[in-house]
Design a protein around this ligand. Structure first.
Ligand SMILES: [Zn+2]
Length: 434
């Protein structure tokens, strides 16, 4: 009987401890439970990270994103389009197969038969089936594909009612996001708005019956017991942020971030506090939809603030990785939404930039008047101004980068495909090359 079998049999642990050589203990450390944190700050290209870097740490500073050691150019075509949709991209990440731009866990009108690993489920149920804890975090509704497609499949990506029902049936340990309306029956009133389900089901009550603690605000999330076994947080009727350009939001008198909802980084840290207690490891998938939608809205302030939240989540993941050599961190985005680019030529601090570039591209700044942003101080202590030019109101391909650290990072180098994200996550969880 070798050491592993002795351990399995629950025998001789003290004997092993006295026999253990340094390299043997390093080996057994690597045999500990494998976990993965997959952060998907959607719509962010290398160009967006430049704006976040300038705003948060300045031109000479480095973000937590910059410190992830593995880097790859990310290419993610769909079967029928050269630019990934959020649902098609999420389907490729969840199953490791190429998808259609209208796919949500399905291709050609049928549930995908096999994932790249050979499993008959996407990555969420495969991890649950192996005894790992699973957490989903989304700054939009939790049924949004960046989280929902890790578990659910539907013919119509807008079938939020069916997605919510599949999520509750699968029962991942943590779900934090928006979308209360899709958990409550029409005719009933929730904490944030009216229910919209037409099947009469109250999924919040069903979740409570399954042992979930349910919270509705950032304050309630902060007050949960540290040993909460199952947690459902529904912090908004739909998304946890508001959509629109800075001018639209000023006209409507709404803030970018809904005040009752926790921000992306706060949700990620809350989810991790529960997941790290799992004996057999965990999978956290956290999609920041705000960085994608606000890019499409051409709202530079919203994208940069959302990007800073994403970087705080990466920093939290890296703090855990310092203590856990079996933790893989993967950070990717399936598209660059809006094509935000930093503009500094002829930009003067305090002087609003004109509405458009000479080529017609819309300009944007830190406020409705298009006042330039001021970068955080450079190494000489100077705060230089920058503005933003937008390329589009939709998803674009080209500037997206995947980064990683930990065991699964072996799949993140050079130029990789969207399906390689699945490879990295799967290897991080199970240690089997596919
Ligand atoms: Zn996307």
């Amino acid at each position: 009987m070798d050491r592993r079998n002795l351990l399995r049999a629950g025998l001789a642990a003290p004997v092993l401890a006295t026999l253990a050589l340094p390299e043997a203990s390093a080996r057994s450390r690597r045999r500990g439970p494998r976990s993965v944190i997959f952060l998907h700050p959607d719509g962010m290209g290398a160009n967006t990270w430049m704006a976040v870097r300038l705003a948060d740490v300045g031109p000479d500073g480095r973000l937590a994103w910059d410190r992830l050691p593995a880097v790859a150019a990310y290419v993610g075509p769909m079967i029928d389009s050269l630019t990934a949709s959020s649902n098609g991209g999420a389907t490729s990440h969840a199953w490791g197969v190429r998808a259609h731009s209208d796919s949500y866990g399905q291709v050609g009108g049928a549930r995908i038969a096999r994932a790249l690993s050979g499993a008959s489920d996407p990555i969420g149920p495969e991890a649950l089936g192996a005894g790992k804890a699973v957490g989903l975090v989304n700054s939009a509704t939790i049924t949004e594909p960046g989280t929902g497609a890790m578990i659910a499949d539907v013919a119509n990506r807008r079938d939020h009612a069916a997605i919510a029902a599949q999520l509750v049936a699968a029962a991942p340990q943590v779900m934090l996001g928006g979308g209360e309306a899709h958990f409550l029956p029409a005719g009933s009133q929730g904490r944030h708005g009216a229910g919209r389900r037409t099947d009469g089901r109250n999924l919040i009550e069903e979740a409570r019956a399954k042992g979930y603690t349910v919270v509705f605000t950032a304050q309630e999330l902060a007050a949960i017991a540290p040993d909460t076994p199952r947690l459902l947080g529904l912090f908004a009727e739909e998304d946890c942020f508001n959509d629109g350009s800075q001018a639209d939001m000023a006209a409507r008198g709404v803030p970018i971030w809904q005040p009752q909802a926790p921000t992306y980084d706060v949700m990620v840290e809350a989810a991790l506090r529960i997941l790290i207690r799992a004996r057999q490891g965990y999978l956290l998938v956290a999609n920041h939809e705000a960085t994608d939608n606000l890019g499409g809205d051409n709202n530079a302030r919203g994208v940069i603030e959302g990007g800073i939240q994403a970087d705080r989540a990466i920093a939290a993941a890296r703090r855990l990785a310092e203590r856990d050599p079996n933790l893989t961190i993967v950070v990717a985005s399936d598209s660059d939404c809006g094509g935000l680019n930093v503009l500094a030529d002829d930009v003067v601090a305090g002087q609003p930039v004109p509405p458009r570039n000479e080529n017609g591209a819309p300009h944007d700044g830190a406020d409705v008047a298009r006042t330039p942003f001021l970068a955080a101080p450079d190494r000489a202590g100077r705060r230089l101004p920058f503005a933003v030019a937008w390329a589009s109101e939709g998803d674009l391909s080209g500037g997206t980068i995947a980064r990683a650290q930990g065991p699964g990072a072996v799949h993140v180098s050079g130029t990789i495909d969207s399906t390689d994200i699945y490879r990295a996550v799967h290897f991080g969880l199970f240690g089997r090359r596919i």
